[in-house]
Ligand binder design. Structure first.
Ligand SMILES: Cc1cc2nc3c(=O)[nH]c(=O)nc-3n(C[C@H](O)[C@H](O)[C@H](O)COP(=O)(O)OP(=O)(O)OC[C@H]3O[C@@H](n4cnc5c(N)ncnc54)[C@H](O)[C@@H]3O)c2cc1C
Length: 378
């Protein structure tokens, strides 16, 4: 089969790897607008379950990913001077650039062509050039845009502002920190992803953002302001910028996932708020799901139909949980009257997918302490 893939991110490269591994005769080209060393972002997070899926799909890249990652089992909630730790949550982090490098090397070893610095504009001729065209070209997908009538996308720009920083202070666990100042409420999502660096994502509502007057600040002033808000948490370390800018999360859905020989994958197809797990996990699990549909049939139209039929309910469920989590953070100021342990309990249950039973399994001590505090018998 001749396969063209637009986008050399996790979705595009991982799908190429899995297909080529299944059948070395596939002729696969990835078209990537950036160079091999250009990237953005800091760390990406995988749950224990995702790692098991990656292992079953491709042991070679799984072995490399797990050699480089940082693992933890705690979610820490920080408010005022208190830190509440909830254990029993299995996660690990790896630098996005390392992940991309591992996947690039694996592509090369398997004989997949990655055409770097090649921006795809002429989608129609690429579509006619092979048996399958995959749009793994990210949240601003050119392919989705070109065939908007077919895909029926819905894009919802959310009100909160967020910015991705890094820091050399190591957060040993997924740490959710809440700080208030005269402008309003700021939330930080942070975790270490290698021996020296943590991701540090800061989020605030539009009122807080406007009160802080970020619109009139340059990048350095913004970084210094945010670092000052979280000074007690950064322990003397500064924030690291990677051309970091305030952005709004865009919730992407598509009415149709494919037509003829064209399909969307990863962020181009759907997004899920970063507070519930990384888009990288979903992108790579999409690749696994699509490849499995090609295991069952070489017929492109049947495989794409099966992919949508099987994967759509999984993604809808995930997006529903992520939606609840996103809305929680959009309304974070409504929870600031809670004590740290109440805040932690509310956060653990925000997606509606974790009940008391599940929480008790993960961390019985935390649940006992919470209900003891609420004076409710368990
Ligand atoms: C600023 C920012 C920072 C982020 N940081 C993190 C992070 O630290 N951790 C995390 O888990 N997630 C992060 N994310 C989210 C994460 O990047 C995505 O969820 C994940 O990478 C999705 O994988 P993907 O392969 O679907 O898309 P992407 O990783 O976005 O890959 C799409 C690729 O397509 C290429 N492309 C797009 N259009 C064209 C075209 N016309 N021609 C050729 N190539 C094209 C792009 O250059 C890109 O390499 C970040 C997102 C943003 C916007």
């Amino acid at each position: 089969m001749k396969i063209n893939i637009i986008g050399g991110g996790p979705a595009g490269m991982y799908f190429a790897i899995l297909m080529k591994q299944a059948d070395g005769a596939h002729d696969i080209t990835i078209h990537e607008r950036n160079g091999p060393d250009d990237t953005f972002g800091w760390g990406v997070v995988f749950s224990g379950k995702t790692l098991a899926n990656l292992r079953a799909a491709d042991e070679a890249s799984h072995a490399e990913i797990t050699r480089e990652f940082e693992a933890w089992d705690n979610v820490d909630v920080v408010k005022d001077v208190e830190k509440i730790s909830i254990h029993g949550n299995s996660f690990s982090g790896i630098a996005r650039i390392r992940l991309l490098k591992i996947l690039q090397r694996r592509c090369e070893a398997l004989g997949i062509i990655i055409s770097f610095r090649s921006e795809v504009n002429d989608i129609e001729s690429l579509r006619g050039d092979g048996d399958l065209l995959v749009g793994a070209d990210g949240v601003n997908s050119t392919l989705r845009h070109a065939f908007a009538e077919k895909f029926q996308p819905s894009l919802s720009t959310r009100p909160n502002k967020y910015i991705w920083y890094g820091t050399n202070h190591l957060f040993h666990g997924l740490t959710l920190t809440f700080r208030e100042n005269g402008a309003g409420v700021f939330a930080a999502h942070s975790y270490k992803f290698d021996k020296t660096t943590s991701t540090f994502i800061v989020e605030c509502d539009p009122q807080t953002w406007s009160n802080a007057e970020f619109a009139s600040m340059n990048d350095q002033e913004t970084l210094e302001y945010v670092a000052a808000v979280f000074a007690p948490d950064l322990k003397g370390q500064s924030l690291l910028s990677n051309n970091s800018k305030w952005i709004n999360f865009v919730l992407v859905k598509n009415g149709n996932w494919h037509f003829d020989n064209v399909v969307l994958l990863g962020d181009a197809l759907h997004t899920a708020h970063f507070s519930i797990g990384s888009g990288t996990k979903l992108a790579m699990e999409d690749a696994i799901a699509l490849k499995e549909c090609f295991d069952a049939t070489p017929k492109v139209s049947i495989a794409l139909g099966e992919f949508a039929r099987k994967r759509k309910p999984v993604i809808e469920d995930y997006q529903a949980a992520a939606y609840e989590s996103m809305v929680w953070f959009e309304n974070a100021r409504d929870y600031m009257h809670l004590s740290p342990i109440e805040l932690a309990y509310s956060l653990m249950k925000r997606s509606g997918r974790v009940d008391d039973e599940e929480l008790r399994k993960r961390d019985p001590k935390f649940v006992r302490e919470y209900f003891a505090m609420k004076s409710v018998k368990v």
